[in-house]
Design a binder for this molecule. Structure first.
Ligand code: ADQ
Length: 503
């Protein structure tokens, strides 16, 4: 790959600014998968990360970030946002329009026009910042649904850059996308990038179907993960690049003696019962109430499992200022209370619940201790928890129940037990079956998943996107099929105009 300089643009910077006890700002580095993967690339190629600093900006913030940049080995450049902008752009357009709509929750959308106008203003601010801190020849990689219009703004402002955009969340089917009042503007904006990346084949297919509906002259050519899309005005690439995790790091952490000891302590505290684990951010897309109903159904339909299985749900606080999220938290807590009221016995609490973010080692200890993981989102772009659980499963006897509607299902369908999260009886039945599954089958399944997750890790993801975006080449891609049965039959040919009658 060449050594093109890279500019990463995301809603938040990979470091948060927080006030300490004295009221002074301090920089706290981020530790997510994206930072882990991007940091070495940015350091090697030289690069800049642009994002919201969590503040309205100012000289103090610039100074702090400048000294942090020196340590990090790449530049961090902040976009300052006012309280109004945060409210309308972030809580409004991103969280009340795009997030619910793209996850198929159209009834939760609030299509307030003010949100869209402010979204445009803020995307313009991001584009201006990109113009300020990048040069022609740099590759600008924009992340996620908060910033769909940055590429379009760059062109409007006459800032000539090669650009790529990656959508971490799903792209919805046509009939859902149609509800968006600004649908053609969003499509037009996405078409302005040189490369648009999605998590799965299904997402790319949905996107292309939407394009074809609005632009009758759009053609898609190619059969692989990246296809070329063109019409009279534009030619660009669209591909799917399923995001991975830092497998080795998770696996090594899980093997640490301190983690092994902690995992044993977790097991013993539960009297060596079968532990089923759920780990999620507090969000309605994650299907936590449905999962709890499935556990209730399990205990009702299979009384022989009383006292033998416990379910631990770890929930990370998220968007706590939003009343809807607080209502969801209350619903989850009510269900936990009800199920425990129904099935607890002396010395046995069937559902354990933690509402907090866990330090990395503690999270990994839970992953290692868990005999099974219930990853049952109602819709999810990918879902990293499913991959992290497998990476930490040292015994290789863990069972993963995975929602058909998580992007991860396209890669892990041969090892996971796929479930429909809305079918609480079906989920309960799958758990009952897995409880009686022999170790040989469990190991075979887990090995398959670990191989895929190890091979197509977060570093593969960065490389494959950059190869397609910067070098216009293609690396080795994982086999992927849609698990969206209704459309599956159509396969790749459906979008390949070179093979069809030109519709
Ligand atoms: P998210 O919706 O945030 O990401 P997910 O992919 O599951 O969802 O990632 C959650 C992350 O939070 C995981 O890395 C996990 O380790 C961490 N986490 C969860 N619970 C925790 C806890 N209690 N303590 C500490 N950490 C915890 C969005 C999309 C996903 C997509 C990712 C990446 O919605 O579909 O997979 O981006 O593209």
């Amino acid at each position: 790959m060449d050594s093109t300089r890279l500019v990463v643009v995301s809603n938040r910077l990979p470091a948060a600014l927080r006030k300490n006890e004295n009221g002074d700002w301090k920089v706290v580095p981020g530790a997510g998968g994206l930072v882990t993967a991007m940091a070495p690339v940015l350091r090697d190629r030289g690069g800049t990360w642009i994002g919201w600093s969590g503040t309205a900006g100012g000289a103090e913030v610039m100074d702090l970030l400048a000294s942090f940049s020196k340590e990090a080995g790449y530049e961090l450049k902040p976009v300052g946002l006012t309280a109004e902008e945060v409210n309308d752009f972030y809580f409004g357009f991103a969280n009340e329009v795009v997030w619910p709509l793209f996850h198929d929750f159209q009834s939760r959308c609030n299509f307030n026009p003010r949100y869209y106008h402010r979204y445009m203003d803020v995307n313009r601010k991001f584009a201006e910042t990109v113009g300020q801190w990048s040069a022609e020849g740099d590759f600008v990689w924009v992340h996620d649904y908060h910033l769909m219009h940055v590429g379009w703004w760059l062109k409007e402002l006459g800032i000539n850059r090669r650009t790529g955009f990656y959508l971490h969340i799903p792209f919805p089917p046509v009939d859902i996308f149609l509800k968006m009042p600004w649908r053609t503007k969003v499509l037009k904006a996405l078409m302005e990038y040189d490369l648009v990346g999605f998590q799965t084949y299904r997402d790319r297919r949905n996107f292309i179907q939407c394009l074809k509906l609005f632009y009758s002259d759009v053609k898609a050519k190619g059969r692989g993960p990246v296809v070329r899309i063109s019409n009279d005005e534009r030619t660009f690439n669209a591909g799917y690049f399923s995001i991975g995790i830092d497998y080795r790091q998770f696996n090594e952490t899980a093997r640490r003696p301190s983690v092994k000891k902690r995992a044993q302590a977790i097991k013993e505290a539960d009297e060596n019962r079968t532990i089923i684990l759920g780990v999620d951010r507090l969000d309605y897309t994650k299907g936590v109430p449905q999962r709890l109903e499935a556990m209730r159904t399990l205990f009702e339909n299979y009384p022989e499992l009383h006292g033998k299985i416990t379910f631990t749900q770890v929930l990370v606080p998220s968007r706590e200022q939003v009343p809807e999220y607080m209502a969801l938290k209350e619903e989850i807590e009510r269900l936990v209370g009800e199920i425990n009221g129904q099935f607890s016995q002396p010395g046995y609490t069937p559902v354990q619940y933690m509402y907090r973010s866990l330090p990395r080692e503690e999270l990994v200890a839970y992953y290692r201790a868990a005999d099974m993981a219930l990853v049952t989102p109602l819709r999810d772009g990918m879902n990293l928890v499913a991959k992290e659980y497998c990476a930490c499963n040292v015994s290789k006897k863990g069972v993963l129940f995975l929602s058909e509607f998580a992007g991860a299902a396209t890669q892990l369908q041969n090892g996971a037990l796929l479930v429909n999260p809305y079918d609480v009886e079906g989920v309960a039945k799958a758990i009952h079956q897995a409880y009686h599954m022999d170790d040989k089958e469990k190991r075979q399944r887990m090995r398959k998943m670990q191989e895929i997750i190890r091979k197509y890790d977060i570093f593969w993801w960065v490389d494959s996107f950059l190869q397609a975006g910067v070098s216009r080449g293609l690396g080795d891609f994982p086999p992927q099929e849609s698990v969206d049965y209704a459309f599956f039959e159509m396969g790749e040919d459906y979008i390949d105009d070179s093979l069809s009658s030109g519709t």
